[in-house]
Every structure is written in C-alpha cells, then in structure tokens.
Design a protein around this ligand. Structure first.
Ligand code: CDP
Ligand code: ZN
Length: 162
C-alpha cells in the first residue's frame, strides 16, 4: 500500500517593539527589537506548530494553548511544538519535510539559518535535511517593512502508512 500524504500550512504574525532580541525557531538572535506575545512569541515555531496540526487535521496552536490560560504566559514555544508533534505522531503521522519563510525587514536571518534548522530538527527529532528556511524583507513597505511586525509561514508534508 502506498502511504497517505497530507500537507499543512501555518502562518503567524507578532508585533515588534523596541527590545533586546528575537526568539526564532528556538534560537535567540540579538536585535534592537523584540516580538510581543503571550508566550515567547517565537513566530517561526508557531507557524510550524500550526502547519503540522493542520496537516493532521488535529487543531491549532491557539486551541491547544489558549492565550487566556495563565499557564501559557511566557511558555517555551519548543515545548508547545513538541506537544503538537506528539499529538500528530500518536495519530500515526511522520513529518517528511517542512519549508518555512520568515518575513522580517531586519535582522538578516540567513546567517542564523543553520543554527535554526538544527534546533528545529532537534525539537522534532527529525533529520535536519527535512527542514528548510528562507527569509524575505518587506521591501521597506507595510508593517513588515516598517519593522512593526514579523511573520512566518510554514508548509509541512506528513505521511502515514495507509
Ligand atoms: O531579493 P528579493 O527581493 O527576492 O528578497 P529580499 O527580501 O530583498 O531578500 C534578499 C536576501 O536576503 C534573500 O537571500 C533573503 O534570504 C535574505 N534575507 C535575510 O537573510 N533576512 C531577512 N530578514 C530578509 C531577507
Ligand atoms: Zn505566535
């Protein structure tokens, strides 16, 4: 029997304000701004979490970790991704690959790409070759371009033995 395939899409946005760094893919990057959020505001891990949950049709990050719950304040997004991956794995799904984009005017993401890929691979317990990451500026326009916001998107492919 050929395996079943499912794709999922995740998207996330956080507001930026003056601060001392960003957490992206579980990696802290020095910067003159910070992302505002109930958790650690890791926009990349939030997009990945929604991509895998969506592919498996098993909910979304806000359902699993409501921002009205004080227990989720300052929560480590890697812990939320691990919980989502466990839910997806219990349903029999394997993550074949993730392809991600960070939308940020600054800082440059490419110098951090390998560190972030390694960290995401370690959180998920999958091969680093299954994870890719790109970045785009906002070309100086819109909330991304004005550095008022940072966003991320991820597509995930899951397979399961049919
Ligand atoms: O050249 P193009 O308009 O397609 O893209 P860009 O948004 O101007 O990004 C140019 C290059 O910078 C690309 O290789 C991006 O991967 C990289 N980049 C980055 O490392 N970090 C960002 N925050 C934005 C872009
Ligand atoms: Zn988020």
């Amino acid at each position: 029997m050929p395996p079943s395939f499912r794709i999922g899409l995740g998207h996330d946005t956080h507001r930026l304000e003056p601060g001392d760094g960003l957490v992206l893919g579980g990696v802290t990057i020095g910067h003159d701004r910070r992302a505002v959020g109930h958790s650690d505001a890791d926009v990349l891990l939030h997009a990945i979490t929604d991509a895998i949950l969506g592919a498996a049709a098993l909910g979304d990050i806000g359902e699993m970790f409501p921002d009205t719950d004080p227990a989720n304040r300052g929560r480590d997004s890697a812990e939320m991704l691990r919980a989502a991956a466990a839910r997806v794995g219990e349903a029999g799904w394997r993550i074949e690959n993730l392809d991600c984009v960070i939308f940020a005017q600054r800082p440059k993401i490419l110098p951090h790409r390998e560190t972030i890929r390694q960290r995401v691979a370690a959180v998920l317990g999958i091969d680093v070759a299954a994870i890719w990451l790109k970045a785009k500026t906002g070309e100086g326009v819109g909330p991304i371009g004005r550095q008022e916001a940072i966003a991320a998107e991820c597509v995930a492919l899951l397979t399961r033995d049919a």
